[in-house]
Design a protein around this ligand. Structure first.
Ligand SMILES: Nc1nc2c(c(=O)[nH]1)N[C@H]1C(S)=C(S)[C@@H](COP(=O)(O)O)O[C@H]1N2
Ligand SMILES: [Mo]
Length: 553
């Protein structure tokens, strides 16, 4: 175990490390019935008519069709395996930060279909999304422990670049070398042929297998086709449907998957699909001639030499070692990891996702009945005094590199006129919620205080403390606060901002994740760069938890 300090130990390695898996019973039942309905005909056919005949695959006979496994294909196969395993491990870690899955965007406790926590949300006290985060063993996830989502996301997003690049190279070479003919079914005959194999497997018989060097069995071909052209792209598409920049700009995109939370659930089910495929694929590689198969996969030869098996097992060992390496890097070099991700993603985000301007998209009927709270309510006596006196003496101080520093009361702010928006909030942990926010556009504030040309960054300081202590703050680029829907919100769902949700003022930046939206704002400062504030990473979570400076996804 990593030697955490006391603060990190209590958070990352809590006393309650129970694991629980709960799935809504009707779904378990439904899934069971679906599998039975699928398999029952196979059993009936076997019982009544015996095992069906296996027709030899056409590809096995014709030497003109592509066969063998060129180096590029074997390399892609290996890289894909290495990447997908790290994607799964970091993905599981991300899931544990909000260990509930929904098919609705409100995330009301109790409406989940899957839960990986033994706890129900208590109703007699404040229970934040961070309280709800669960521990997972680092043996199962990268980096594991509890609330290590910052670093888990670094791995997920770094590795997904490798996954996508490998995918592109793989598609291009597959199409240009004719290898696609081994994967893509060219006739509907494949369905009855695949069924014949399924009857064998489902009744625990091993059918006669074609030599995979020349052709796959039809069920195998369909499975590979489904993974390469189904699961792979769907993982990327549903991943994108979780981005606040995308969802608050193109809500229809998330709706393609049934909404943002449904996309998250499909992303998870897709992962289970990969896991199921890997388990069956590996089992059949072992059962249908391990040594020969490993030569196909590793060496690209069709022989019975032990070489492929030995090298293959070493390669699998190397993938296992990559998890150990990722674990140690996560805990001993987290800042370098954070910066590596930034190097890869920041310029690209400025060009792509960060250009999307959020636009109002939801109606009053869409407003969530429940909205997860997050963060620590301030305990400072000056804030408590302000609460007691109805924020009468509250003055929002706006200064720094500006021509016209101001101090504004809530009445002054209200005089600017209120802008309203109904938007979806995306927390880094995975939950979402739709609410109506009213307040003053940051663009109005910028016009009022007139920042000097060198002021490129806006810092929002909170009355509240952060998770590991110290005042919460976050920054935005000047460019981003000038975007539509960047608000200093004083109202939520038509009422003054409740204490828990950030009274008297909070920030709304709808193209980014929730932690950028500072609650309980004390003052605002225009500065040259985020580098001069805190540890210089752009916010308290960026400093302490290695979150991204610009989280558009
Ligand atoms: N001051 C302060 N602001 C904060 C936080 C915090 O911990 N302290 N948490 C952030 C996070 S992680 C989220 S998701 C949102 C949550 O807002 P909500 O409580 O309205 O859901 O507030 C953000 N603003
Ligand atoms: Mo969050």
């Amino acid at each position: 175990m990593i030697p955490f300090d006391a603060a990190h130990r209590s958070l990352h390695y809590p006393d309650d490390r129970r694991i629980c898996l709960w799935v809504r019973p009707s779904l378990v039942f439904g899934a069971g019935v679906a599998v039975l309905l699928f398999l029952a005909p196979a059993w009936i056919q076997w019982a009544m008519a015996g095992l069906p005949n296996i027709v030899p695959s056409p590809g096995a006979a014709s030497s003109s069709s592509p066969h063998g496994f060129p180096l590029w294909l074997r390399l892609c196969h290996f890289l894909n395996f290495a990447f997908i395993m790290l994607l799964i491990r970091s993905g599981v870690c991300i899931l544990m930060d909000h260990p509930r899955l929904y098919f609705n965007d409100h995330c009301t406790p109790g409406s989940e279909w899957l839960r990986l926590t033994p706890l129900s949300v208590p109703t007699d006290r404040l229970w934040t999304a961070k309280d709800d985060s669960r521990y997972i063993s680092p043996l199962l996830a990268t980096p594991g422990y509890r609330h290590s989502i910052g670093i888990a996301r670094v791995w997920h997003f770094l590795v997904v670049h490798g996954f996508i690049l490998t995918g592109i190279v793989f598609y291009v070479l597959l199409m240009s070398t004719g290898q696609w003919r081994r994967l893509v079914p060219e006739s509907w005959d494949i369905i009855p042929q695949a069924w014949a194999y399924l009857v064998h497997y489902a009744t625990f018989h091993l059918p006669p297998e074609p030599n995979g060097f020349y052709a796959y069995n039809p069920l195998q071909q369909l499975a590979y086709f489904g993974v390469v052209f189904g699961l792979g792209p769907l993982a990327i598409l549903t991943g994108l449907a979780m981005s606040p920049a995308v969802v608050n700009r193109f809500p229809w995109y998330a709706r393609l998957f049934g909404g943002r939370q449904s996309a998250r659930s499909i992303h998870f089910l897709n992962m289970l699909g990969f896991v199921g495929f890997i388990v069956i694929h590996v089992a059949l590689v072992v059962l249908t001639g391990f040594v020969r198969n490993m030569n196909h996969i590793v060496m690209g030869t069709d022989t019975l030499h032990p070489q492929g098996m030995v090298l293959g097992l070493l390669a699998i060992g190397a993938v296992g070692l990559s998890w150990v390496a990722a674990h140690y890097l996560s805990w001993y070099a987290p800042r370098q990891l954070q910066h590596t991700l930034k190097l890869v993603t920041y310029p690209m985000q400025l060009l792509t996702l960060n250009r999307l301007s959020p636009q109002n998209a939801y109606t009053k009927d869409d407003i969530s009945p429940y909205f997860w709270p997050n963060g620590k309510v301030p305990t400072r006596s000056d804030w408590e005094h302000l609460v007691e006196t109805g924020f009468r003496d509250y003055r929002l101080k706006i200064g720094g590199l500006v021509e016209n520093p101001v101090e504004l009361s809530l009445t002054d702010l209200a005089a600017f006129g209120e802008q309203d928006q109904i938007t979806m909030h995306h927390c880094i942990q995975g939950w979402s919620g739709i609410a109506q926010w009213g307040g003053i556009p940051m663009a109005t504030i910028v016009n009022l205080v007139r920042p000097f040309p060198k002021a490129r960054t806006v810092v929002f300081y909170s009355f509240g403390d952060a998770l590991y202590g110290g005042a919460y703050y976050d920054t935005q680029s000047l460019e981003n606060v000038l975007k539509p829907q960047c608000l200093l919100a004083t109202r939520m769902n038509g009422k003054p901002l409740p204490e828990v949700y950030g009274a008297p003022i909070r920030l709304r930046v709808e193209n980014q994740l929730g932690y950028k939206m500072v609650k309980w704002i004390e003052r605002i400062e225009f500065v040259e760069s985020e580098k001069s504030v805190g540890l210089g990473e752009g916010g308290k979570n960026e400093d302490d938890e290695y979150f991204d400076l610009l989280p558009n996804i």
